[in-house]
Design a protein around this ligand. Structure first.
Ligand code: ATP
Ligand code: MG
Ligand code: FE
Length: 332
């Protein structure tokens, strides 16, 4: 079954063609970060307008690179939530229009399920049950995945998402948006023990995180010591990154042990982070747990993960109809 995945939930316009939810034929992502950077974050109205302009060229590029036409497509999968309402509506309308014009079926896919199911694109993909940590720009959520389609939320952030903490900290430090990659790169030249930042761990009796205090600690540090430059900036980034990776991996591994799960998955944009990847791998190995990580390219938003989520939803019997709308707060 050839699935077209369309993604327009935030600031990436993406389309991909995936065979049977496992084999990527093409995966095209057009990012709007250059447009939003001067505002220091995503401007919803600008995002919607740019999706309108980019979605058809991106779709054509995905078909061309795969050597396919719309005739070859068996199912159209589109992100219908969660995300920015105006941005989501662009993708949903395009999916419905394509379906109307071609007679092909369509299905709404959950963006977070997409992040999680990106792991299906690994050669050696984990079978459920597993523990899935979604760490992205808008979410830090821990799911017990009993089976595809059966997700139990066991923990989440009480305030800022991990990606949001990166983006806000970058803003404090005068680094470009989105802040994840620039902080990650600077951190690799810094000393993670230079500054002891608070860990985002509100108690050991739950699986929650809290990142807003960490961002405030960075702000206080800058107010007290001045805006860091050179090595001091690298040290601050490394110390911040260590605090995020330590808190995320520590509770993640503890939760796996408490829930008796042997397989672990980390996904979402922050799963691209070099330190989070290495620390999770190290701590999982120590406990004899098996950690699965999507390749970095599949951590941030893309159409392939939506094709997989749509394919799995279709297999569960889900069908889109023309009353499908966008749900900006859709819980998985
Ligand atoms: P959501 O998936 O919650 O709706 P989103 O789609 O905007 O939010 P993603 O595209 O999954 O988020 O991820 C973007 C986030 O990932 C940004 O906050 C960005 O700073 C962060 N990020 C990207 N690369 C890295 C990295 N190497 N280290 C840390 N964070 C990163
Ligand atoms: Mg994005
Ligand atoms: Fe995302």
């Amino acid at each position: 079954m050839l699935v077209l995945g369309l993604e327009t939930s935030c600031d990436e316009t993406a389309a991909a063609l995936v065979e049977d939810g496992r084999r990527v034929l093409s995966d095209v992502v057009s990012t709007q970060v250059d447009i939003h950077r001067r505002w220091g974050g995503v401007v919803p109205e600008l995002a919607s307008r740019n999706h309108v302009m980019q979605v058809m060229p991106v779709l054509h590029e995905a078909l061309t690179r795969a050597g396919k036409t719309l005739d070859d497509v068996d199912l159209i999968a589109v992100t219908s939530g969660p995300g920015l309402i105006g941005a989501l509506l662009v993708g949903v309308q395009v999916a419905k229009s394509l379906s109307l014009a071609t007679g092909k079926p369509f299905v709404g896919a959950n963006h977070l399920e997409g992040h999680l199911l990106a792991i299906r694109l690994l050669e050696d993909a984990p079978e459920p049950p597993f523990l899935g940590l979604v760490v992205s720009g808008g979410h830090t959520s821990l799911y017990e995945v009993r089976d595809y389609g059966h997700y139990r939320l066991v923990g989440s952030t009480r305030d800022d998402a991990a990606g949001e903490a990166y983006d806000k900290t970058a803003r404090i430090l005068g680094l470009p948006y989105p802040g994840g990659l620039p902080i990650d790169q600077l951190a690799q030249k810094g000393n993670p023990e230079a500054i002891r930042f608070p860990r985002a761990l509100p108690g050991a009796d739950n699986f929650d995180w809290s990142f807003s205090g960490l961002k405030t600690a960075v702000l206080h540090h800058v107010k007290k010591h001045g805006m860091p430059e050179g090595q001091a900036l690298a040290d601050l980034c490394a110390s911040f990154q260590e605090a995020v990776a330590d808190a995320l991996s520590r509770k993640f591994i503890a939760a796996a042990r408490r829930l008796g799960l042997q397989r672990l998955v980390v996904c979402g944009g922050v799963a691209a982070n070099s330190r989070l990847r290495s620390l999770c791998l190290e701590r999982a190995r120590e406990r004899n747990l098996k950690l699965f990580l999507p390749p970095v390219r599949l951590c941030t938003d893309n159409g392939a993960m939506i094709a997989v989520a749509g394919y799995e939803a279709w297999r569960r019997g889900l069908r889109g109809d023309f009353s499908l709308s966008a749900d900006p707060a859709w819980r998985m």
